[in-house]
Design a protein around this ligand. Structure first.
Ligand SMILES: O=P(O)(O)OC[C@H]1O[C@@H](O)[C@H](O)[C@@H](O)[C@@H]1O
Length: 304
């Protein structure tokens, strides 16, 4: 939010709308399973555990209008407003999955349909966002631990570079964990005498950009401090909670009570079910393989 509204000069905010943004992806992946919490998790599943709360908060902060001030109530007013504009979700907006071996975890009910993976597409029906697919994905026992928001910009019409159509479009990525970073994935001329275009990154790694950053407080340290100071900005207000449940509950009931929907099995340590890619493709999007760039696997901690 600081980055969207605290800057005294114009940067990306004028592009922050359906004229310039093609899609938004919010990803939360964990590379471990339910870790002895199956007794709780099996009754709720990944949509209630992660999507309806953690990921919806990230969507709200990314898409809300500028609050009147930085006061907690003003921020929460804006989050409620944008969440109210969210189109109610239906089961057909989701792909759900369950990792192979989940049913053998202690505390999981027999024939459990509980999803350990889910992805869905949202639409915010307001002037700024209508028509921009917002894809969210959460899963346990996947290939890596990662939380990030990825904003993909639209391609320009009439691009004069050959092969431009085969390159990905520019993206802004805010990586929340591990290793907090903001980077722009851009298309740049490659070095040398050719005019060949390639992907490149402009990266801000929090841990290496500031000397004092080796001491970045953990997210929970920050929250506990907020409790002590009574700062409610990062805490959900009851009307926000109600609107979040209003949007998710009909789809949750449909997914749970209709035999039409069963979680797709996926291999632990994989990217999750391929159906997630088909869902993204339906909206002209591709799930990014986060650290892949130009075919090379860049280590997130290597610094710029
Ligand atoms: O990444 P963090 O901050 O530990 O939060 C993730 C956890 O968040 C909790 O709310 C969920 O119940 C867990 O299933 C999840 O693992």
């Amino acid at each position: 939010m600081c980055w969207r509204y605290d800057s005294p000069t114009t940067f990306l905010e004028p592009l922050w709308n359906n004229q310039h943004i093609q899609s938004i992806q919010v990803t939360f992946k964990e590379n471990f399973g339910v870790e002895g919490r199956a007794g709780y998790f099996d009754h709720y599943g990944i949509i209630r555990d992660i999507m309806q709360n953690h990921l919806l908060q990230m969507v709200a902060l990314f898409t809300m209008e500028q609050p009147v001030s930085l006061h907690a109530e003003d921020i929460r007013d804006e989050k409620v407003k944008v969440l109210r504009s969210l189109e109610p979700l239906r089961a057909s907006d989701f792909v759900i999955g369950q990792y192979i071996g989940y049913s053998e975890e202690e505390g999981v009910r027999q024939n459990s349909k509980t999803p350990t993976f889910a992805t869905c597409r949202m639409n915010i029906r307001n002037r700024r966002w209508d028509g921009v697919p917002i894809l969210i994905k959460a899963g346990k026992n996947l290939d890596e631990r990662l939380a990030e928001v990825r904003v993909t910009f639209r391609s320009v019409p009439g691009c004069i570079f050959s092969l431009a159509n085969t390159l990905p479009t520019n993206e802004l990525v805010v990586r929340v964990q591990p290793d907090e970073a903001i980077y722009l994935r851009i298309i740049s001329k490659s070095p040398g005498l050719t005019s060949r275009l390639e992907e490149a990154r402009l990266t801000l790694f929090y841990r290496t950009a500031w000397e004092e950053a080796h001491d970045i407080p953990d997210a929970y340290e920050r929250l506990i401090l907020d409790v002590i100071y009574g700062d409610k900005s990062l805490f959900i207000r009851s009307d926000e909670l109600e609107v979040a449940w209003d949007k998710f509950t009909p789809a949750l009931h449909e997914l749970e009570f209709s035999d039409q929907y069963r979680p797709v099995p996926y291999v632990p340590g994989s990217r999750g079910p391929a159906e997630a890619d088909y869902l993204a493709a339906r909206y002209g999007c591709m799930w990014a393989s986060d650290l892949d760039i130009g075919g090379k696997r860049l280590r997130s901690t290597s610094g710029p």
